[in-house]
Design a protein around this ligand. Structure first.
Ligand SMILES: [Mg+2]
Length: 395
C-alpha cells in the first residue's frame, strides 16, 4: 500500500468518526469542560430581560476630589434564553449622570425594540451595536446588557470568557486596593489596616498639596508596599502636577492616573513627556473612539466596563491600545461581584488592575472572582463564574 492510500484510508476512517460524532453533536457538549454548562431547563428561544434595583452599601465613606458618599445605586440585570441565564450589572456613581430610573427607561427600549429582533444570543456584536444606538450615553445601562449577554453565552459554551478569548490566567495581576481620603489620621490608619491583605495600594489624591502629602506620609510611616495614585483630574497646574509626580516617585509610587482635567490634553501631554512615572487616562478615556486622540497625551488607558459599554468593546479597546503601544489598566466603580467578575476576564492583558469594588461593598449579592493574597484568580467556571448569594436579590 502506498503512503497516499494509507493517508486516504486514515482520512476516511477519521471522517467516518466525525460524521458519527456529528449526529450527537450539540454546541454545549462540544464546549462543556470540567466546568459544565449551567443549563437549568429547556425554555423559550426568545431573549428575555429582567432587572432589579440594588443599593450597594459601602464599608467606608468614599471621598474623591469632588464628592463623598456611603451608598451607591446599582441595577442587576438577567438575560434568559432556552433555559440558560446570564447576569449583568449597571453601577452608577452619581457624578456620571445615570440613575436606576434612567436604566429602567433604557431597558424598556431594549425589551420593546431590540430583543424581539434577535433569537440568537451568540450575535453579541449585532445585539450590542443595536443597544448602543438606542441613546448616545447610558453606558452603564448598556454595560449591564453586555455583561449579562457575555455571562449567558459563556454559560451556553460552558466556558469562561478568559478561556474563550485565549488569555492566560497566570497573567492576571494583583489588584490595587483603594485607601480613600479621610480628614482623620486615625481613620486613614484604620483604612491602611483594612488593606493589609493587599499587595498594591491605590490612593486618591487631588486635594490640597498639604492634604495630598499628608495621605502619602501617613501611609509611608507604616507601609512600604507599592502605591499607585489617582488624582481624578484634581491637579490644576501642569508645573505643580509634575513637581508632585517627582515627589511621589521618590516615595515608591508606581503610576499616576488622570493628573489633570480630561479637557486639558495638551497640558497632560506636557506632563507625560517629562514624567518619571507612567501617566494613565481614566476620565479622558471613555470609549474605543477616544483612544487615537489620547496617544502621546498619556502612556496608557484605564478601561472600565461602565464607561465603555461592556466586555465586547473592552476586548476591542485592548487590541487598539496594544497597536498604539499604550499601557493597559482595568478599573471599576463600586460594583458587586457581577461587574467585577466580568472585568476580571480581561485582566490577564493589563499591567494594573483596580478591581476592589466588591471588597468596598458591605452587601455583595453575588460570589464571583476571588482574590488570593490580593491577586486576581480566574477560575474554570462557565460565563463570568457567578453564584447568586441566597436571599439578597430576587431575579
Ligand atoms: Mg480613576
Amino acid at each position: 500500500m502506498t503512503k497516499h492510500m494509507s493517508d486516504r484510508r486514515t482520512f476516511l476512517k477519521t471522517a467516518g468518526l466525525l460524521t458519527a460524532g456529528a449526529a450527537l453533536w450539540h454546541p454545549s457538549q462540544l464546549f462543556a469542560g470540567s466546568a459544565g454548562a449551567a443549563k437549568k431547563k429547556s425554555g423559550s428561544k426568545k431573549l428575555e430581560l429582567a432587572w432589579e434595583d440594588f443599593q450597594g452599601i459601602m464599608k467606608f465613606t468614599f471621598t474623591i476630589s469632588g464628592s463623598s458618599r456611603t451608598t451607591t445605586p446599582i441595577v442587576i440585570t438577567r438575560l434568559t434564553w432556552d433555559g440558560y441565564e446570564g447576569y449583568g450589572e449597571a453601577a452608577m456613581p452619581p457624578y456620571l449622570g445615570e440613575t436606576q430610573a434612567s436604566c429602567h427607561e433604557f431597558y424598556k427600549k431594549v425589551v420593546d425594540n431590540i430583543l424581539p429582533k434577535f433569537d440568537n444570543p451568540f450575535q453579541i456584536e449585532d445585539i450590542m451595536a443595536a443597544v448602543d444606538k438606542i441613546t448616545t450615553n447610558n453606558t452603564a445601562a448598556k454595560a449591564s446588557i453586555d455583561i449579562a449577554l457575555h455571562d449567558l453565552v459563556g454559560n451556553i459554551f460552558g466556558q469562561p470568557w478568559w478561556k474563550i478569548w485565549g488569555f492566560n490566567p497566570k497573567d492576571a495581576p494583583y489588584t490595587c486596593y483603594t485607601i480613600g481620603y479621610d480628614a482623620s489620621d486615625d481613620m486613614v490608619n484604620t483604612k491602611i489596616e483594612e488593606a493589609s491583605w493587599n499587595k498594591i495600594i491605590k490612593v486618591k489624591l487631588g486635594m490640597s498639596e498639604a492634604e495630598d502629602k499628608r495621605m502619602i506620609n501617613l501611609i509611608r510611616a507604616r507601609d512600604q508596599r507599592p502605591i499607585v495614585i489617582d488624582a481624578n483630574q484634581g491637579w490644576k497646574d501642569k508645573y505643580y502636577a509634575l513637581d508632585m509626580i517627582h515627589w511621589l516617585a521618590e516615595r515608591g509610587v508606581e503610576m499616576i492616573e488622570q493628573p489633570m482635567s480630561k479637557l486639558m490634553l495638551d497640558e497632560t501631554a506636557w506632563i507625560t513627556e517629562r514624567s518619571p512615572l507612567p501617566v494613565m487616562a481614566d476620565e479622558s478615556c471613555q470609549r474605543i473612539y477616544d483612544i487615537p486622540r489620547l496617544k502621546g497625551a498619556f502612556h496608557g488607558i484605564n478601561i472600565k466596563l461602565m464607561k465603555c459599554t461592556g466586555l465586547w468593546e473592552a476586548r476591542q479597546m485592548i487590541t487598539m491600545a496594544e497597536q498604539n503601544h499604550m499601557k493597559l489598566m482595568v478599573g471599576c466603580m463600586t460594583e458587586t461581584s457581577v461587574a467585577i467578575s466580568a472585568a476580571a476576564q480581561i485582566s490577564p492583558k493589563v499591567i494594573w488592575a483596580d478591581l476592589d469594588g466588591n471588597y468596598l461593598l458591605g452587601n455583595d449579592c453575588f460570589d464571583g472572582m476571588k482574590l488570593v493574597d490580593g491577586r486576581i484568580t480566574l477560575e474554570d467556571k462557565p460565563g463570568l463564574g457567578l453564584t447568586k448569594k441566597p436571599g439578597i436579590i430576587s431575579i
